[in-house]
Design a protein around this ligand. Structure first.
Ligand code: EPZ
Length: 423
């Protein structure tokens, strides 16, 4: 257990480089199981979640080598020695479920623990299973595990997703690469991470059209080859540092970004009065004033749910009343009760949060409950009067590589303390 201590909020200034996208590297590691040979993946963020996914593919028979700089992975698959994804690993990280599609396609069978819910919601996988069954897999469930098996090759089919689920789109796309015939995923998720995964699969020899649109066609092939790939930058990490500049009234250049991926965040910050200027692969953020805005989260290219809690912290400082509506997850306001302990004036009603902005935040001892809630508390601590202690930093470390160093380099007064008291 570790905690972050932030004292005397001050304007952040300088440049910060964004790392590779967590939500891209996780499905890409899973996809590596589809090919025999050695794949190399560059610009990886060696986060706790990446370690878990590497441990999982190793338990399935892959070998994984990390470069000395911890920015490049080599994943070597020579057949799969195991087709069970155990509860202990899947329970740690929901994204572990993304090995189901590759195992089903490559080995013809997978036994995988049903991912439990998490702090932000129940997070079912029914759409993943609907896709697998459409491709001809038979699914049984029992004792907390799902078993999926195919007799002969999977068969291409049309799959309509009731909701444009990111994970379901990824799992079905991966399973379909080795199916016989064409698979059409309709109402597919169109997040940049889907496109990055499709780019990786295509470089392995898959035949995929339409990734990044709501209709993805996968023309099955007989086998895939190992390849090399560089992961796209993390748009949510980038957005978090953009908000850090805005909330502290600073002047920060966020480097190594794809500005297109940040359009909804840039638009909303500008609407709130924040000065955002885009360069080729960087974004400069300065705050002049800060006014209330309304936010409703939506699948991409709508405002991302993964930026909702960070914006809630920012809007606690804005003059006026803001309304934030969370449409993706049923319980993603866990940061609000902690922000209120820092003086924020927020009222949650169901999936809506009404924020009466303009109050100065004061430092307090707070607890991170999940990844983005923890980020929101750090942002609040960066501007609060006095000292803020954020406990349970392991949640934040799942998605933000080197966050304390990156903030220190921007002038923040942050210290990480390993809390060996075990609480
Ligand atoms: C991915 O989760 C991301 N994680 C999440 O990021 C992100 O918040 C989410 O997409 C939405 O953008 C990774 O990519 C590893 P979904 P995922 O399937 O795939 C419902 C972060 O902070 N649903 O698009 O699990 C589900 O309950 C994390 O980095 C079903 O009903 O998201 C939720 O309400 C958090 N049935 C909604 O869809 C299903 O079979 C969105 O889920 C699947 C999903």
């Amino acid at each position: 257990m570790s905690k972050l201590i932030i004292s005397e909020g001050r304007p952040l200034k300088g440049r910060v480089r964004v790392s590779g996208a967590k939500n891209s590297i996780l499905p890409i590691i899973a996809a590596s199981l589809l090919a025999d040979g050695k794949s190399t993946i560059d610009e990886i963020p060696y986060l706790n979640d990446v370690k878990i996914m590497c441990d999982l593919v190793k338990s399935l028979g892959a070998s994984v080598t990390l470069s000395d700089e911890k920015t490049k992975l080599e994943i070597c698959c020579r057949g799969l020695s195991n087709t069970t994804a155990p509860y202990e690993l899947v329970n740690k990280m929901r994204a572990s479920f993304l090995v189901a599609g590759p195992l089903l396609a490559k080995a013809g069978y997978v036994q995988i623990s049903l991912p439990g819910g998490c702090a932000i919601g129940s997070r079912p996988v029914d759409l993943h299973l609907k896709g697998f069954m459409a491709l001809g897999a038979s699914i049984t469930q029992g004792h907390g595990y799902i078993e999926a098996r195919r007799s002969g090759r999977l068969k291409g089919n049309k799959v309509y997703l009731d909701f444009p689920s990111v994970g379901a789109t990824e799992n079905i796309m991966m399973a379909a690469t080795l199916a016989e015939g064409v698979t059409i995923i309709e109402n597919a998720a169109i997040e940049p991470e889907i496109v990055d995964l499709a780019t990786y699969l295509t470089s392995m020899g898959a035949d995929i059209k339409g990734a990044g649109t709501d209709t993805v066609k996968i023309y099955g092939v007989s086998d895939l080859k190992a390849t090399s790939h560089t992961v796209i930058p993390d748009r949510i990490e980038a957005g978090t540092y953009m908000v850090a500049a805005a909330i502290t009234g600073g002047d920060v250049v966020v480097e190594n970004v794809v500005t297109d991926h940040l359009k909804p965040v840039t638009a909303k910050l500008r609407e709130a009065g924040v000065e955002v200027s885009e360069e080729l692969s960087s974004i400069r953020v300065r705050r002049r004033d800060l006014s209330a805005v309304d936010i409703k989260t939506h699948p991409y290219p709508g405002f991302p749910t993964d930026m909702q809690s960070q914006m809630t912290s920012l809007l606690s400082m804005a003059c006026g009343t803001s309304m934030v509506i969370e449409t993706i997850f049923e319980n993603r306001f866990m940061h609000v009760s902690e922000l209120k302990r820092m003086g924020a004036n927020i009222k949650v009603e169901g999936r809506s949060a009404i924020i009466e902005g303009g109050s100065r935040l004061t430092g307090a001892k707070v607890k991170a409950t999940d990844l983005r809630a923890g980020a929101a508390l750090i942002l609040a601590g960066l501007t609060a009067d006095g000292t803020t202690e954020i406990e349970n930093m392991e949640h934040v470390d799942r998605g933000y590589i080197g966050i304390d160093e990156k903030l220190k380099n921007l002038g923040a007064n942050v210290v990480r303390v390993d809390d060996d008291s075990g609480n």
